[in-house]
Each structure stands twice: as C-alpha cells, then as structure tokens.
Write a protein of this length. Structure first.
Length: 254
C-alpha cells in the first residue's frame, strides 16, 4: 500500500516539516520505495514533481525538503507498487485540467478488475488503477456540471461518485483543485488542524521538533491529512470508514 499526505491552509504555507517526515516513509522507515511525488498549487498555477525512485534517497526530494515552496493546497504520495510497474508515468500525484483549473489526485489502495469506460478527454497515461479512477472521476464531474461549481456542489457530486469506485476495493484518496482539498478514507486516514495558539510538534520518523508558535502568525492555519500520523505529540483524528471530508482555508467543512 502507498501513503498519502495533504495540506490545506488558510495562508500560503511550506510543507518542509511534514514532507521531511513523510519522505522517510518512502524507503527508510517504511517500505514505500517505488516512487513519490508532490504537487503545490500557486494561485491557478501548479508545481508538480514526480520521481520513480524512493523519496528517502531522491535528490529531488532532498532539494524540496530544503527549498520551502509555499502553497495553500499540497498533495504528496509515496508509492509501494501493487498495480502497474515502477516507472515515472505511474508515480502519483496525477494532474488533469477541468473547467480551466488544474486538478491533482493521489490514491492509496487496490481496485481489483477496475476498467471503467473512459472517453477521449480523460485517459490514463500510465497503467495504474489509481490513474484510471482519477480519469473516471474527472469524466463524471465534467458530465455533472457545465462549469466550475461551488465546493459544496462538488462535494455532493463526489459523495455520489465515490461509492461507485469504492466497490472495487480500497479507495483512500486526496483530490484538490487549488480551492479546496477532498479526502476520502476506506481504510486508514488521519487529520489535524494546526492553528493559534500553536505548539511544538515532534516527527515520528526523524528526530526533529519544530515550535510552530515561533514560525506562525495568529491568522495562519493548516489542516494536515496523512495515512498514518506524522507526529507523536499532536491530537490526530482518524477518519471513519468510507468518510469523505472537504477542507477549505485549513478547516474541515460540515
């Protein structure tokens, strides 16, 4: 299985602390060494980095750990290959355009015998079940709405679509269009919100403690979503099975 990391923030924030601990799971403290990737939204633009090598040993990942790109929506992934060979085109996150916006998707799980009917606009480049599921979601969202709907409308549509994929297997995923971040759990996913009054946090996978009170202002806020908690001294909340949550400005929405 793979692992997921997402950040949804009220103000542009760097992922250096979380990404550092997360990369260790890509071949050092865990066995997810079959590729990695991370996507940063910047306004309507997107910076997407993917690599078929392990995150723990990748020079590109090392560069990003020391180069603090700031974003309000970030999605990262470390892969343990189950469907599809280890190669660049199978590295998550995946990106597509819809309604004049970039969409980014990363998946953890296995979808057995999943071969949805896809039309020409949305086709997978690689051979993973994950990319096929992403293409199908984009296709069905495009069918459901003529133009970009509100976050609330998108959430309602996703609640109808996700069970149609979920019946093929485990479907933990992160999805963002730069405005909001959707997270769905079928097996394991956890979240927390870092906000004022900020406290110190210590990574599980590396000996590093950061006092966020020294780095943030009262208006800063970040929701962090991850497969398994990254820190051992923060109040992580587990998603319920088959729960879909949407985060906007660093907070979960009802």
């Amino acid at each position: 299985m793979c692992q997921l990391l997402g950040l949804n923030c009220a103000t542009p924030t760097d992922a250096t602390f979380s990404f550092t601990g997360f990369c260790r799971r890509g071949g050092a403290t865990d066995q997810h060494a079959d590729g990695w990737g991370i996507a940063f939204f910047e306004g309507k633009g997107l910076r997407l980095f993917v690599d078929e090598h392990s995150a723990a040993e990748s020079q590109m990942a090392a560069f990003l750990r020391t180069y603090p790109l700031k974003s309000r929506n970030i999605i990262a992934h470390v892969r343990k290959a189950t469907i599809g060979q280890v190669c660049l085109e199978n590295a998550h996150p995946f990106s597509r355009e819809l309604w004049g916006r970039h969409w980014v998707f990363a998946h953890n799980g296995d979808l057995k015998d999943y071969q949805p009917r896809l039309h020409a606009q949305f086709r997978p480049v690689g051979s993973t079940d994950s990319e096929r599921a992403f293409c199908w979601l984009m296709q069905e969202l495009a069918k459901s709405h003529a133009e970009l709907p509100s976050v609330a409308e998108l959430t309602l549509t996703l609640r109808e679509l996700v069970p149609q994929v979920r019946r093929f297997g485990s479907f933990n995923f992160l999805l963002s269009n730069g405005e909001a971040l959707w997270a769905h759990c079928s097996t394991n996913l956890h979240w927390l919100v870092r906000q004022h009054p900020f406290q110190a946090a210590t990574l599980k996978d590396q000996d590093w403690t950061v006092d966020f009170a020294q780095l943030n202002q009262p208006g800063d806020r970040a929701a962090v979503i991850v497969t398994q908690p990254l820190t051992d001294n923060e109040p992580w909340t587990a998603f319920a099975p088959d729960e879909l949550k949407v985060f906007v400005d660093g907070l979960p929405q009802d």
